[in-house]
Ligand binder design. Structure first.
Ligand SMILES: Nc1nc2c(ncn2[C@@H]2O[C@H](COP(=O)(O)OP(=O)(O)OP(=O)(O)O)[C@@H](O)[C@H]2O)c(=O)[nH]1
Length: 308
C-alpha cells in the first residue's frame, strides 16, 4: 500500500506542479478572499482538467465553508479547499459490492487505453482477496490480445477462457459464462476489443455480449467498467459518453496515472459523468492497480502526508 501511494504521488508529480503550484500562487498572492480570488482559483482548477462542473461544485462548497467559519485570510481556507475536492470525489461503499458477489465484469474501452493490462491486474487484485476469478478473452480481433491476456492470467494465477483468433467474441463470452457457472467462479472478467472494422460493429458486438450474459446468467451481478487513459484528458470524457450510449457504465478504471499532468481528470470524470472512478492504474505491473481512494488521491495530489 505504501509502495502504491508513493508511486501514485510520484505519478502525480506533473499534475501537482500544474495545479498545486498555481493554487499556492493564488493563496499567497491574495490578501483577502474576494471575487477575484475565487475567479483565479476557478481558472487554475479548470486548467488542471478538473472540469467546469466539478470546479463549480468545489468552489461553492468552499464559499459556504468560508462564510460559516468567518474566514478572512486566503491561507486559512486551503485545507477547506482540499476537503472540498475530497468530498467531490467520494465513492459510495456499495460501488464495490460486485467484488463480494457472483459477478460478471465487462471491461470496455477504445484500444490502447490499458484494457488487457487492467483485466490482468484486476484479476490479481480480486484473487488476492480470496475470490475465485476467471478471465474471458473476448478480444478476438487483435492477434496478440489473447496471448497477452494469457500471460496476465498466468501472472495473476487465474484461469482463462479464450477462442481462436477471429472467433465470434460472443461465443467466447458464452463459453466463459458456462464455465463460470460450472466452476462456481466468483468473478468473471471479460476483456473486449477496443477496435473492430468500424465503431458501429464494436457497439453492436458489445450489445450482443450483454444480451448473452442477460440470457445465460440473469442472476449474476453485472459490472461494466470502462477503461480510460488518464493522459488523454478531456478525450476520455467523450469516450465514456460514447460507450455509455451502448452499455450502462457502472465504473471507471483510470489508467496511466503515473506520468500524467492531467490527473485532475479523475475529478472531472466522476463529476461530469456521474460514474465513479473505481480503480486507478499507476504502472505496468500486476500490483499497479488499486481501488480508487479519494482521500489518498487528493493527499497525493496536494502532497499532504496522509500516509508514509
Ligand atoms: N504507465 C502505465 N502504462 C500502462 C498502464 N496500464 C496499461 N499500460 C500500458 O498501456 C499499453 C496498452 O495496454 P493494453 O492493456 O494492451 O491496452 P488495451 O486497451 O487492451 O489495447 P487493445 O488490446 O489494443 O485494445 C501497454 O503498453 C500497457 O503496459 C498504467 O497504469 N501505467
Amino acid at each position: 500500500m505504501a509502495g502504491f501511494f508513493s508511486r501514485l504521488k510520484e505519478g502525480l508529480t506533473k499534475t501537482r506542479d500544474n495545479i498545486v503550484h498555481g493554487i499556492d500562487c493564488v493563496f499567497n498572492g491574495f490578501s483577502s478572499i474576494d471575487d477575484e480570488f475565487y475567479e483565479e482559483l476557478e481558472e487554475i482548477l479548470i486548467m488542471g482538467d478538473i472540469g467546469v462542473n466539478a470546479t463549480g461544485d468545489i468552489l461553492e462548497r468552499l464559499q459556504k465553508q468560508v462564510k460559516e467559519n468567518h474566514l478572512k485570510e486566503p491561507s486559512e481556507c486551503k485545507s477547506f479547499l482540499i476537503e472540498s475536492i475530497k468530498e467531490q470525489m467520494k465513492v459510495e461503499e456499495t460501488a464495490y459490492d460486485f467484488e463480494h458477489e457472483q459477478s460478471i465484469v465487462m471491461v470496455i474501452g477504445v484500444n490502447g487505453v490499458g484494457k488487457t493490462t487492467s483485466v490482468g491486474k484486476l484479476a490479481g487484485l480480486l484473487k488476492a482477496q480470496g475470490r475465485k476469478v476467471l478471465i474471458a478473452a473476448a478480444d478476438t480481433y487483435r492477434a496478440a490480445a489473447c496471448e497477452q491476456l494469457t500471460e496476465w492470467a498466468n501472472r495473476a494465477g487465474v484461469d482463462i477462457i479464450a477462442g481462436a483468433q477471429g472467433a465470434d467474441p460472443s461465443s467466447v463470452v458464452f463459453d466463459a459464462v458456462s464455465a463460470a457457472k460450472a466452476r462456481h467462479t466468483d468473478v468473471l472478467i471479460c476483456d473486449t476489443a477496443g477496435r473492430l472494422h468500424n465503431k458501429r460493429n464494436l457497439m453492436e458486438e458489445l450489445k450482443k455480449m450483454n444480451r448473452i450474459i442477460d440470457r445465460e446468467f440473469p442472476d449474476a451481478h453485472r459490472e461494466n467498467l470502462i477503461v480510460l487513459d488518464g493522459t488523454t484528458g478531456q478525450n476520455a470524457l467523450n469516450q465514456a459518453r460514447e460507450f455509455g450510449e451502448t452499455a450502462k457504465l457502472t465504473g471507471i478504471i483510470l489508467t496511466k496515472m503515473d506520468g500524467t499532468s492531467k490527473g485532475g481528470i479523475a475529478v472531472a470524470i466522476q463529476s461530469e459523468l456521474n460514474i465513479p472512478v473505481k480503480y486507478i492504474g499507476v504502472g505496468e505491473k500486476l500490483d499497479d492497480l488499486q481501488k480508487f481512494d479519494s482521500e489518498q488521491f487528493v493527499n497525493a495530489l496536494f502532497d499532504v502526508d496522509g500516509q508514509a
